[in-house]
Design a protein around this ligand. Sequence first.
Ligand SMILES: [Zn+2]
Ligand SMILES: [Zn+2]
Ligand SMILES: [Zn+2]
Length: 95
Amino acid sequence: MSTDCTHLDQVAVLEPAERAGCPECLALGGTWVHLRSCLVCGQVGCCDSSPAKHATAHFEATGHPLMRSIEPGEGWGWCYVDEASVPTAVLASLR
Ligand SMILES: [Zn+2]
Ligand SMILES: [Zn+2]
Ligand SMILES: [Zn+2]
């Protein structure tokens, strides 16, 4: 069973800082699979299917627990700490 996320009051930024790509991969000349955006500060990073896993690295570096997918057509979010999905109603209400 999944637990409920207790960090939803930290959701502050729905718009990603950029959509062109993972900025750290771009800087390093790397590649990524999917893009995620931090819901606390808007930092964009790549998913865990990508070689560098910058979205998870951002969580580990900053403690920002919440991210969402910014892939076209995807509207889900995730809490790394609780390993729980962010309710779509929370994302929709701030869009
Ligand atoms: Zn949480
Ligand atoms: Zn990356
Ligand atoms: Zn962040």
